[in-house]
Design a protein around this ligand. Sequence first.
Ligand code: GLY
Length: 390
Amino acid sequence: MTALTVGAKGPQRVAVLGAGIIGLACAWRLARAGHRVTVLDPSARTGATYAAAGMIAPASEAAFGQDALLAAGLASARLWPTFAADLTHDTGRPIELTPCATMLVALDADDDNALTRHVRHLHRRGCTAERLTSRAARRLEAGLTPRLAGAVLLHETAVDARKVASALEVALVEHGGTVLAVSGEPVVHEGTATGVRSLGERWATTSGVIDADVVVVAAGWRSPQMLSALDHAVPIRPLKGQILRLRSSPGALGHTVRGTVRGREVYVVPRPDGEVVVGATSEDVGEDLRVTAGAVHDLLHDAIELLPELAEATLVESTARLRPATSDNLPVVGPTCVDGLVLASGHGRDGILLAPLTAELVSAHIDGRPPPSGAETLAAQRLCTPKELT
Ligand code: GLY
């Protein structure tokens, strides 16, 4: 188990707004070190975390030019095994990283050339990426379409994000933390955060305020709403994702398979129990939580194009959620322009991947340690613009 201690300031009272994987990971990390942590969320674990496929996939998620995201993703992927082992230790619930390496597949010569460029790009950045012929790829993953033009194998993993979030809540409580089913907003007095105020009916104190030395805003795409009292704007916007869950036989698929079909990207993530996650759309359409017929059609069509036998799987669930996206595709994590107010949001498509790094970064800030390597570019202050300038 990883040993943790509080910094020179001693145990702090920390209020965390948001109980998705980011808020809960920060809260657990802080409570384990000895801080007194209260998390507020009217509906814990039901936002973007609920939808997430759970890929720990830094190399396949970072596009060309997203080197800072790749570095942060690689740093966080290295933290995941210890994070999962500590969580298993604290809860007795096994949190397993499924070793379902990612297979990036190409259906035609153009896509195959793009894969060659992607491999070169990854090799230059020190990542392992193995080029496969279509025959070799089909030997490893028998269900792949015979139309395959080529493939790449990446040593990535995946977790069940719902299980992780639920274990985080248990582990937090185990370490003396509290989760309140209310929404709240930071209380700021003379440029310093002094606590959180309830926005709901059920509340723990008669004054409606919980005093805190540090307030962490980790409320996903809703984070800007919680910063409305501040004189700084934080440009986080909702990015809609629609995603499906199918049921197939356990072991029918051994790899996460990702490809592009008719210009649309699709991924298929298998779990050991036979669940298969098919995702996901990325739609800049504001606060729209509808599951649309077109998205379900396209996701199924594209997944079956890559893996024809998926046509026999059972369609179990379709979900739409909003990811918190930023203009530079990097999260905003760390101190803001207000003393004691820390932001941990904007994780876009990478909330699950980046949860351990984010928790480490937030706790390093609160305990006065240097930030972990790979996290230098995530500083929240880069996107905090005085409102009069927006
Ligand atoms: N991490 C993949 C997605 O958000 O769709």
